[in-house]
Each structure stands twice: as structure tokens, then as C-alpha cells.
Design a protein around this ligand. Structure first.
Ligand SMILES: [Ca+2]
Length: 307
């Protein structure tokens, strides 16, 4: 009988130790007190998910890179006979400066498609005030017939274009996201190595829909041009609205951490170059910004970021 009592006591002690060790292990791994919910694991770079609207997104982890272009690279580019309008814009890529994205984020794997933008419109995107900023709603209310404009190339999987920055903003709100900041967009394209192009430092016209192109192509048509995290068409196809206002001197005073762009302005930055462009505008540091947020044309689309 004695031996039985000892065994039972030992069993209870062992069970208690196991339970205690288990609780300690859980707390040590998650930083959460025992008994609280365990947070989801942090995604890995390039991890793919499908968001609630059915759009594929890629995880970009927190990290640092060199934003903009250094003087030596610009001098080298000038030897390649760039168009005069590009030469005049080089200065806005300077000075190259360190930027740190302190939080990871989900960015669309592809440019927003006609198909996805049509879903936004069908869901009342142009009638639901909740999706629109005050300026965006004022723009929309002044339109004779709100809705998606016809645009050259209207296949469902083509990138949506002929959309204003305001519409891109409203669509992103419908997705429970935002337009990427310029820094988020550029980091998704260049990565910690700060590559010149999404695939590396050497120009390769076969990796993007840019040179000699007469129109958009379905998103993802150039998989060998994907960036370090696997985001497609960051170079070419549709040029992409980003969240930032134009600030020609902003890089000189940009904060290192999560630069949001100037607080106000009249024009928005556009990234990645366009179909029919050239190797200079297809660089990830290139900044095209002559367009107000109510501008639209056949070259300009966007993608969305979700925290
Ligand atoms: Ca693009």
C-alpha cells in the first residue's frame, strides 16, 4: 500500500511539473502571460496570402535600404544618353539616404487588375462615402458620371489604369489597406541590397513590359522580373501611384524611419516607369511626379498595402 501511495504522489508531482514547464515554455516563446491568446507567427519574407477580397499579397519584412540614387550611379546613367526629361528628374532621387521600415507589411503581389477594380465598383465603391477622403469625395462629386473610365487594354487581368489617385485611395480603403508610401514601394522593389531594378543591378528589357511596348499586358507576365520578395511588375507595365506628395527637397530632410512623405502638396509621386518607357524610368528609384491626384491616363495604375 505504501509503495502505491508514493507512486500516486510522484505521479501528481510529475503532472504538476509538466504543466508548470509547459506554461513557462509558452510564456518564454510568445512573451504572453499564460492563459492569454497566442499571437500569430510573423510571416516570412515573400510569404503569400490571399486577402479577404481575393487579392494575393506578399509579405515584406521590416528592414533597411538605401533610397534614391548616389552620384556615381547617376553620372554613369548620364553616359547612356537618357532623354532630357529624365535628366531633369535625376536630381529628385538625391541624396541617396538610409531608410528603415520598422514594420513589415503585405503588398499586392501584382498591380491592381481591372477585374479587382470592377469588384470595388460593383460593391458600391463609387457611391459609398466611407471609402473616400474629403478631397476624394469632392473630386468624385464633381464628376458628371462617376465610374471606371474606359482605358486602352481592358482585359480582366490587365492592370487597371485611367484611375485617379483618389480612386486608388478609395479602392485601397475598400481593401482595408492603403496606398504604399514611396519608401514601402521602393523597399519592396529593391530590398536590403538596394538593387537598381527589381531583379538586380543590370538592365534587362526581357524582364519587364517597358521598352518597345504598345500597351499593357496581363499582370505577372514577366515572372523573371519579380523582386526579392516576389512582387511582379514593379518595373513597368502600369506606373504606380504611391501615397506620398511631391517634395523635391524631401530626400534631404527625410526621416530615417518610415518616411511618410511631405504633409501636403499638389502632385503625387509615381513609381516604376510605364509600358512604352525606357530603362531609366524602369529603375526602382525613379520618381515621376508631374501629376495631381485628379489626373488619369493609360499609363498609371497602382497596388495596395495592408499592415
Ligand atoms: Ca508597375
Amino acid at each position: 500500500m505504501t509503495s502505491v501511495r508514493v507512486t500516486a504522489a510522484a505521479s501528481s508531482l510529475i503532472a504538476l511539473l509538466i504543466a508548470t514547464l509547459g506554461a513557462c515554455g509558452s510564456s518564454g516563446q510568445t512573451g504572453q502571460p499564460a492563459g492569454t491568446s497566442v499571437p500569430a507567427a510573423v510571416p516570412t519574407a515573400g510569404q503569400i496570402r490571399v486577402d479577404p477580397k481575393g487579392v494575393e499579397q506578399i509579405w515584406v519584412p521590416a528592414g533597411s535600404f538605401k533610397m534614391g540614387t548616389d552620384e556615381a550611379t547617376i553620372e554613369q546613367l548620364k553616359t547612356l544618353d537618357p532623354p532630357s526629361f529624365v535628366v531633369s528628374e535625376f536630381a529628385f532621387e538625391q541624396p541617396q539616404h538610409l531608410v528603415r521600415l520598422t514594420h513589415g507589411y503585405w503588398i499586392d503581389r501584382y498591380e491592381v487588375t481591372n477585374e479587382s477594380f470592377a469588384a470595388f465598383a460593383s460593391a458600391g465603391g463609387h457611391t459609398n462615402r466611407a471609402y473616400w477622403s474629403a478631397d476624394g469625395w469632392a473630386w468624385l462629386s464633381a464628376q458628371p458620371a462617376p465610374g471606371q473610365a474606359y482605358c486602352l487594354g481592358d482585359l480582366p487581368k490587365d492592370p487597371v489604369r485611367c484611375v485617379t489617385w483618389y480612386e486608388a485611395e478609395a479602392y485601397s480603403n475598400w481593401r482595408a489597406g492603403r496606398l504604399p508610401t514611396e519608401a514601402q514601394w521602393e523597399f519592396a522593389a529593391r530590398g536590403p541590397q538596394s538593387y537598381i531594378y527589381p531583379w538586380g543591378d543590370d538592365w534587362d528589357p526581357t524582364r519587364c513590359n517597358v521598352v518597345g511596348s504598345t500597351g499593357p499586358v496581363p499582370v505577372g507576365s514577366h515572372p523573371n522580373g519579380a523582386s526579392w520578395v516576389g512582387a511582379h511588375d514593379l518595373s513597368g507595365n502600369a506606373m504606380e501611384w504611391v501615397r506620398d506628395w511631391l517634395g523635391v527637397d524631401y530626400y534631404a530632410a527625410s526621416p530615417t524611419d518610415d518616411p511618410p512623405g511631405p504633409v501636403s502638396g499638389t502632385q503625387k509621386v509615381e513609381k516604376g516607369g510605364w509600358w512604352g518607357g525606357n530603362q531609366f524610368v524602369a529603375r526602382s528609384a525613379y520618381r515621376h511626379f508631374e501629376d495631381a491626384p485628379d489626373y488619369q491616363d493609360v499609363h498609371i495604375g497602382f497596388r495596395t498595402v495592408t499592415a
